[in-house]
Design a binder for this molecule. Structure first.
Ligand SMILES: NC(=O)c1ccc[n+]([C@@H]2O[C@H](COP(=O)([O-])OP(=O)(O)OC[C@H]3O[C@@H](n4cnc5c(N)ncnc54)[C@H](O)[C@@H]3O)[C@@H](O)[C@H]2O)c1
Length: 257
């Protein structure tokens, strides 16, 4: 189950964190992986036998280039993981309009452009696989439930959740074999989480903050990047052939309460 031999995947924001773990999991399953990021991902790519392309997800020209790079380098495109994203915690009153717009630009417009540019490329290759091609969008538990200080982030991740379902319906109705699903992580131990812990920690220290983040999950621990990468690998594979428009929650039980 989960074999991806012969498939080509593009993972955005894959220089570190969940994206890097996902790129490795897809490569371990046999896929050829393009790592894209605004930051340098060449070492991450070299470690898994993949290829790196510089890519800012807010730029339409960069999207066209990244998809063309995947086709040119590995011969097509079968899987897109819309992973690149940003996060910060701010009370509503302290959030500037510019802050709010920047969050939507990266987390929402980035995913929109990814869907727009990758769906036609994936559809071209999809008929050779039982489960067709696959797009996995990174939403969050913050796209399912509200919490203090995450208004801009939750707005963006709620949008990703429904954009996923719209794209899934459009592909299915058009008879394209492209499945589109979202993944909703809890709090995952990545550089993004560590940066948030630093900001929130204040006098109590970042380790105390990590512990408090961990305790928000009924399972009593932070998520690991591999917990999310494994769910993405499953959705990318033929094992998920009848799944589209679904939301896969990987949160140690957080939103089950
Ligand atoms: N870590 C968590 O607790 C958590 C929880 C729920 C959802 N998520 C989501 O998972 C995804 C990955 O999160 P992570 O924790 O690995 O984050 P991270 O900050 O550790 O890594 C994100 C990567 O995205 C890249 N990036 C940022 N802006 C970009 C842009 N404009 N274009 C291209 N690349 C860009 C960064 O350079 C970085 O390499 C994000 O969409 C995030 O919102 C994370």
């Amino acid at each position: 189950m989960g074999d991806l031999t012969g498939r080509v995947a593009l993972v955005t924001g894959a220089a570190r964190g969940i994206g890097a773990a996902t790129a490795k999991a897809l490569a371990d399953a046999g896929a050829k992986v393009v790592i894209s990021d605004v930051a340098d991902g060449s070492e991450t790519a070299a470690a898994i036998g993949g290829a790196y392309v510089k890519h800012d997800v807010v730029s339409e020209a960069d999207w066209a280039n990244a998809v063309a790079f995947a086709k040119r380098t590995f011969g097509g495109l079968d899987i897109l993981v819309n992973n690149a994203g940003v996060f910060w915690l701010k009370p509503i009153a302290a959030t500037s309009l510019e802050d709010f717009r920047r969050m939507q630009q990266i987390n929402v417009e980035g995913v929109f452009l990814g869907l727009k540019h990758a769906i036609p490329a994936i559809a071209e290759c999809a008929s050779q696989w039982d489960g067709g091609g696959a797009i996995i969008n990174l939403s969050s538990v913050a796209g399912l439930v509200g919490s203090p200080m995450t208004l801009a982030y939750s707005a963006s991740k709620g949008a990703v959740r429904l954009m996923t379902k719209c794209a899934a319906m459009e592909c299915a109705q058009a008879g394209m074999k492209v499945r589109v699903n979202s993944v909703h992580p809890g709090i995952i131990d990545t550089p993004m989480m560590a940066e948030a812990a630093e900001v929130m920690a204040g006098a109590s220290g970042a380790n105390d903050m990590r512990q408090r983040f961990a305790e928000r999950h009924p399972m009593g621990r932070l998520g690991r990047d591999l917990d999310i990468a494994n769910a993405i690998k499953f959705l990318a594979s033929d094992a998920a052939a009848f799944m589209t428009g679904s939301e896969v929650v990987v949160d140690g039980g957080m939103t089950a309460m």
